[in-house]
Write a protein that binds this ligand. Structure first.
Ligand code: HBI
Ligand code: FE
Length: 288
């Protein structure tokens, strides 16, 4: 991917929009078995941990069956529910390509699946992270609109040179968001629900800070891509998330240009602190 976020062109075999055929019939039984293993160990644990919208989406799409889902089958239901479709891509795609898909209600999902020795951690988003983690939430009409708006906002942020700020919003909501519900704290972020260890850490561990969602605060906050998060931001509902983000971010970007970033473990004046974390996990060296 080029540093300016603009695409250099797709790899050989991919279309101009970076999509490829899923080639569902080419997955091996060993690859289907990786899906089944991951699926079974996540779904058991997610009852009472993932939010209702996620669990409903998982049921609606019937993602387990006999292994890696066929996008053609998922898309029949997803299209009917919210007008979204899943398209296959080789892996990470450039920012402008990614936003263009989202703005058109297409979710680009990695075609490949992790190897059996990588069940707990990998850097690039594979089909399990993308489909199990992201697609259930896309069955929720409000979340579906939020994701499309993010794609449209991404194109504007690229033009204004503020993508770093907007990417933090995606990170702390779509990927690592928590929700306060009447039944208790729940997960909706794809990076959490697709990870066995982080699904426990994010809700139960005393290490991370858990702070009420505030748009500008989140846009100022650095994040880490190599280990469990040191802070999670907590929304009240998908509806309130959508309401506070349904506006032009131009004025916010202008303000953010002159204020400093906030470190991953910092608590700042004005924070609605739900948990003041010990940071013991990170202090001890994290995944090391
Ligand atoms: N490509 N396939 C894929 N998946 C992503 O989540 C993704 C991407 N390209 C860019 C990107 N995310 C981020 O840079 C933006 O959300 C900011
Ligand atoms: Fe993701």
């Amino acid at each position: 991917m080029s540093g300016d976020g603009l695409s250099n062109g797709p790899p050989p075999g991919a279309r101009p929009d970076w999509t490829i055929d899923q080639g569902w019939e080419t997955y091996t039984q060993a690859e289907h078995d990786v899906w089944i293993t991951l699926y079974e160990r996540q779904t058991d644990m997610l009852h009472g941990r993932a939010c209702d919208e996620f669990m409903r989406g998982l049921d609606a799409l019937d993602l387990h069956r006999s292994g890696i889902p066929d996008f053609a089958r998922i898309n029949e239901e997803l299209k009917r529910l919210t007008g979204w479709t899943v398209v296959a891509v080789p892996g990470l795609v450039p920012d402008d390509v990614f936003f263009d898909h989202l703005a058109n209600r297409r979710f680009p999902a990695g075609q490949f699946i992790r190897k059996p020795h990588e069940l707990d951690y990998l850097q690039e988003p594979d089909i399990f992270h993308d489909v199990f983690g992201h697609v259930p939430m896309l069955t929720d009409p409000v979340f579906a609109d939020y994701m499309q708006a993010y794609g449209e906002g991404g194109r504007r942020a690229l033009g204004l040179g503020r993508l770093a700020n907007l990417a933090r919003l995606y990170w702390y909501t779509v990927e690592f968001g928590l929700m306060n519900t009447p039944a208790g704290l729940r997960i909706y972020g794809a990076g959490i629900v697709s990870s066995r260890t982080e699904s426990i850490f994010a809700l139960d561990d005393p290490s991370p800070n858990r702070i009420g969602f505030d748009l500008e605060r989140v846009m100022r906050t650095l994040y880490r891509i190599d280990d469990f998060q040191q802070v999670y931001f907590v929304i009240d509902s998908i509806q309130t998330l959508q309401e506070v983000t349904l506006r032009d971010f131009g004025a916010i970007y202008e303000r953010l240009a002159s204020v400093s970033d906030i470190g991953v473990a910092e608590i700042v004046p004005g924070d609605a602190v739900l948990t003041r974390g010990t940071q013991a996990y990170a202090t001890a060296g994290g995944r090391l």
